[in-house]
Design a protein around this ligand. Structure first.
Ligand SMILES: NC(=O)c1ccc[n+]([C@@H]2O[C@H](COP(=O)([O-])OP(=O)(O)OC[C@H]3O[C@@H](n4cnc5c(N)ncnc54)[C@H](O)[C@@H]3O)[C@@H](O)[C@H]2O)c1
Length: 321
């Protein structure tokens, strides 16, 4: 599924991953950038909008305007979601609405508008606590341990059914933890915010040394999306996107402290839940990316380098907010 030189709509375009993808496609595609700005920032799209072939539309996927917005669109890149695993345990309803219902509405609107290709941002959490690590795409059965993971697995299934039933080819990307500038959620963001408030003491969720997971830098993730989509063969194709290795939460905290040039920071641990930070937190995750590497793509950053680079990328903007 070619992405360049197409008429493309990006949902969640003002968010972290969506805005970086918009930056890369803005030169070669006609873009409709859709976001309700619930967590995204229009400022993230300044670069893409400057290139002239992009327009921004503030719209909620759960609203009624999607069919007219998608008129003439060839490919939909779907990044809008509630990406917070932790809050999905406190109340599963927003995750159900914003991920499952919104994706269904988007697929329906896409079908009616004659969209030919659908790219879905999915997640490593669809694997749950996988018995095989690094975990390849064909691993199963898929048993997510969080409502967030379940919602994304449902979205994958919906996209598969639209691909087979209506000929709307789909490509699914299962991301490890993506880090980099403009991200406003996840452990890097969380720890930086805490250290801004108190540079001497850092409360970390979980039990020392915390979970061990793979982190991928946004530049590697965006290149992965382009490479995977380019090579994908229908009706539905699935790619893992991650780095080769994992890093513990303690190492992340130490990296951020170093990048913020702080010293003598006292770490305290909350204890967490069942070995993870919270209910539904996967303890160990590395994705097998052999399939994406077949396209020639390689991650440039290890997990530790990705986190350090993300801290550098984002520090000035984190600190301004
Ligand atoms: N960042 C990660 O580590 C990661 C990992 C795996 C999967 N993903 C998935 O990638 C996608 C993008 O994640 P992100 O980190 O950029 O998140 P993000 O929160 O930065 O971006 C999501 C964007 O969607 C918008 N949005 C949310 N609900 C909407 C709605 N109903 N209508 C219109 N806009 C809406 C938000 O305003 C935000 O700009 C998500 O689907 C997420 O589940 C992210």
């Amino acid at each position: 599924m070619k992405l360049r030189d197409r008429r493309v709509a990006i949902t969640g375009a003002a968010g972290f991953i969506g805005s970086h993808v918009a930056d890369v496609l803005a030169g070669s595609c006609d873009l409709v950038l859709i976001d309700n700005l619930s967590s995204g920032k229009k400022g993230n799209l300044a670069g893409a909008l400057k290139k002239g072939r992009a327009k921004f539309v503030r719209e909620d996927l759960l609203g009624g305007k999607l069919p007219s917005l998608l008129k003439g669109t060839e490919v939909v890149l779907h990044f809008a979601a509630n990406p917070d695993v932790r809050s999905s345990a406190d109340d599963p309803n927003p995750t159900f609405e914003e991920n499952i219902v919104a994706t269904f509405r988007l697929l329906e609107a896409s079908r009616k508008a004659g969209v030919k290709g659908f790219v879905l941002a999915s997640t490593s959490t669809v694997y749950g606590e996988a018995a095989r690590v690094p975990t390849p795409e064909e691993y199963g059965p898929l048993m997510p341990i969080s409502m967030y993971g379940a919602s994304k697995l449902t979205c994958e299934a919906l996209a598969a059914s639209y691909a087979h039933t209506y000929g709307m080819e789909s490509v699914v990307f299962r991301f490890a933890n993506v880090v980099g500038g403009r991200s406003r959620h996840g452990v890097v963001w969380d720890l930086v915010q805490k250290l801004k408030r108190n540079p001497k003491k850092l409360e970390i969720i979980g039990r020392e040394p915390g979970t061990s997971k793979s982190y991928v830098h946004i530049d590697d993730a965006v290149r992965g999306i382009l490479a995977g989509a380019d090579r994908a063969s229908g009706p539905q194709d699935v790619y893992n996107v991650g780095s080769y290795d994992a890093i513990s939460v303690k190492e992340i905290a130490e990296t951020i402290v170093r990048e913020m040039e702080l010293s003598d920071v006292a770490f305290t641990w909350t204890g967490g839940v069942a070995g993870g930070g919270w209910k539904g937190d996967v303890k160990r995750m590395i994705l097998d990316t052999a399939k994406l590497r077949m396209t020639g793509w390689r991650p440039k950053f290890t997990s530790a380098e990705a986190v350090a680079q993300a801290a550098r990328d984002g520090l000035s903007s984190f600190i301004k907010r």
